[in-house]
Design a protein around this ligand. Structure first.
Ligand code: FES
Length: 274
């Protein structure tokens, strides 16, 4: 019987491996999670319906630069959008979704994230392979050629920071309904969302590099202790980047689902206003 070709000491036939543990559970669970959460949020962002329940706004469409004037039940009110209703020049074949603007920055940030790269390379492309799993190392040429766009991650960080400010603004704004201070379950849900997204963003490798990682010396000027402190804080989040990546992704979807359900009248929001 023909022996499988060996590359780097590993079997190279389809799905072959020298590992006899359940190594495939991680990539399978990752693939399922990515498809489920990104799929759900993409559908919701394009629907742009039931994304508003005063004073709550779904992170799938927040902040809204434009909003549909009509035809989208539960959409963001025109007075809450930065520039009101979608302009007449907006292509009719595209849904009138606020997600085409600032919320879209989150997609660019996550898609190029160092953790998510590893996750979706292993989940969908097996490249680079997990240690001792198959022998496709030769097919992985690093992040060159078409994958070179991943280097844009350092720039998507600025968009993510802007988005974070907006989501905190919306979260804190959810304490006020028609100018009246109060609190509801939706307020808490939105604030947890902003908190988890902060944990994810401030653990970003590009952020860590930007605030201090690019420096060769932490004691060479008067800003040393502040810089070192922020670097240490970022390092704490960085060490838990995968955890915050998943928690924040789950909570973004949950926040949208919660607001959708109260907006549809399926569940009742407990709050101090009603
Ligand atoms: S490395 Fe993951 S968000 Fe920057």
């Amino acid at each position: 019987m023909a022996q499988p070709i060996q590359l780097g000491g590993h079997p190279n036939t389809f799905a072959s491996t020298t590992r006899n543990d359940t190594w495939w559970i991680g990539p399978l669970a990752t693939a399922a999670g990515l498809i489920l959460f990104f799929g759900y949020l993409t559908v919701r962002a394009m629907q742009a319906t039931y994304v508003w329940f005063d004073p709550y706004i779904s992170p799938a469409v927040a902040p809204s630069v434009f909003t549909p004037a009509a035809g989208y039940p539960g959409s963001v009110p025109v007075e809450h959008a930065w520039f009101g209703a979608f302009p007449a020049w907006w292509p009719s074949f595209l849904p009138q979704s606020p997600a085409f603007f600032l919320p879209g920055l989150a997609i660019a940030f996550r898609a190029t994230c160092y953790y998510y790269r590893k996750a979706y390379y292993r989940a969908f492309a097996s490249s680079p392979p997990g240690c001792a799993v198959r022998g496709h190392a030769r097919s992985y040429g690093g992040e060159t050629r078409v994958l070179l766009f991943q280097n844009l991650h350092r720039y998507t960080l600025y968009g993510a920071l802007l988005l974070l400010v907006c989501l905190w603004y919306e979260g804190l704004g959810a304490f006020f309904k028609h100018g009246q201070f109060g609190i509801g379950v939706g307020t808490v849900v939105m604030l947890i969302n902003a908190t988890l997204l902060s944990g994810y963003t401030f653990g970003c490798h590009s952020w860590r590099h930007l605030i201090a990682g690019r420096k060769d010396c932490f004691t060479c000027d008067g800003k040393a202790s502040v810089r070192y402190g922020t670097f240490q804080a970022s390092s704490w989040f960085n060490g838990r980047h995968m955890l915050f990546a998943w928690l924040s992704l789950f909570w973004v979807a949950f926040t949208d689902l919660y607001i959708q359900l109260v907006s549809r009248g399926v569940i009742t929001d407990l709050n101090t206003w009603s």
